[in-house]
Design a protein around this ligand. Sequence first.
Ligand SMILES: Cc1ncc(COP(=O)(O)O)c(C=O)c1O
Length: 560
Amino acid sequence: MTPMEVVLPTTSLMEEVPSVVEDGPESTVEGGDFPALAMQASVASRSCRSDVGRTSLGHHANGTPTDLKLEAEAKTALAAAAVQPVDRGPALATAGSGAAPDASMALLSSWQYRVTGNGAVAQVLTDFHCEHIKSGGPRGVQEVAIRHILRNDIDSDSIYCVDLAAPFRLFKAWRAAMPRVLPYYAVKCYPEPGILKLLIALGAGFDCASKGELDMMLKMGVSPSRIIFAHPCKRTCDFRYARENGIQYTTFDTVSELHKVAEMDPEFKLVLRIRADDPGARVPLGLKYGAEVSEAPALLRTARELGLECCGVSFHVGSAAKNLATFTNAIENARKVFDEAASLGYRMELLDIGGGFTGHFDELGNVMFGEIANTINAALAKYFPPGCPELGDVRVIAEPGRYFAETSSTLFTPVIGTRDRVVKDGSIHKDYWLTDGLYGSFNCIVYDGQNPEYRVIRSPVQPEPTDTRTYLSTLWGPTCDSADVVYKDVALPALRNGDWLLWPNAGAYTVAGACDFNGIEFTHPCKVYVWSDSSVDPPEEQEQAAEQEGQEATGAAGQE
Ligand SMILES: Cc1ncc(COP(=O)(O)O)c(C=O)c1O
């Protein structure tokens, strides 16, 4: 099988930020003795949608030596994994229970304990049947996806590989870098159950935008006190639901919303959202939401007249922000609003610095946080100094979405149709049809300004391609809409039905914005959950050297 062949430039922003925050020892993943394949046998069918169309992909009549070898290796590894000795020490210490019901589960618990040092997180990994893998980079998840494809005979479904270790590391890094700022995950960005449960276990709060999101989080057992209903213009039905379910905090930015609150429930704790645009943000939000700072006094006075309780200020600098100074200015403006509110007799207690963060890893797998944390910490120290008598204790929260979601997931889309056309200059233009498109995960191109990168993965059941040339190609989505085109005129090697494209960093604003147009279930992709030792692949040379060392050791052992 040929590994990735085409890599488009990465679209990640803030990459210039140096990586100063390293994964602390707590989040360092151990568990080298965890048999990576132990859970796969029991997991594969459960983690895949039950209605997946089956073909004989994994049992290709003309199975090549490569695919036969792959299957044989997987079977041997599975058999070996099932009889691995169980190291139950740390697991028993956490769980405080007797022997685990079966060997593989006991081993998993043991490994999870060492991975996380956190019983609730370990439970999430168990519940989502996470497979332990070495790397969550494209090479690492590609291996998982291929095993999954073979085991489940998948040939016409997109697959999401969700690495729960990525948001885990990002959460740890966030808490270390900005200890004053508690993240309230923006559910809208990626309401992925594994990620939501993990963040609950880690102690995050949640930013919900609707009755649906509130309901989802409350049903997962989140206390209403850990939720902010961060929508400045709420539907009354959503409002009613929030009130009936004990949600206390909500945002506003207009007089009209204040009247709505007064009518619905004057007990709500109101957070005034102010405008704070980063002109460099990929998705600016200020045109739609956020009161101008100059409008704040009038809004606060109206709230006072209506007998409402204003308790804080929020802002959002725009999604995928770039300019650090925007945060400083916004925090300074928030302080002005706090002071204004104080002059009207309000004692505000909440500062919500919104979203806009990107979460990426450097080549060593460290979270790249860098200057943004220093900038925010410095601005908080200046404008909201702890213990300041005029302010009292101000709680600081943020609403990151993309930060936790983006790197967590890798999307795999098979090629399900091809066409060659001779164009004017006599060259061949290739068309490929994929299982995902603009109505599915790639709505991110339209709504989120993304320019997703991709790599080619060759079919695990077909021989190596003989055509090694590159062609100008178009990648079509699967619906009947001719506007459903993912990329036009990109250079690609010749693809066949059954080859795949791998799309890294596919967690944020992708499947969350999909619909099921044409009756295609874009909103419920097939999923595989993993937990990686590192969020990036090791350098290729390092991996090859380790592989060679392993082969030499096996050879030497065989000769003895
Ligand atoms: C109110 C609010 N909070 C938080 C977010 C999450 O933003 P991001 O994903 O940039 O962190 C959004 C995104 O649109 C938002 O509208």
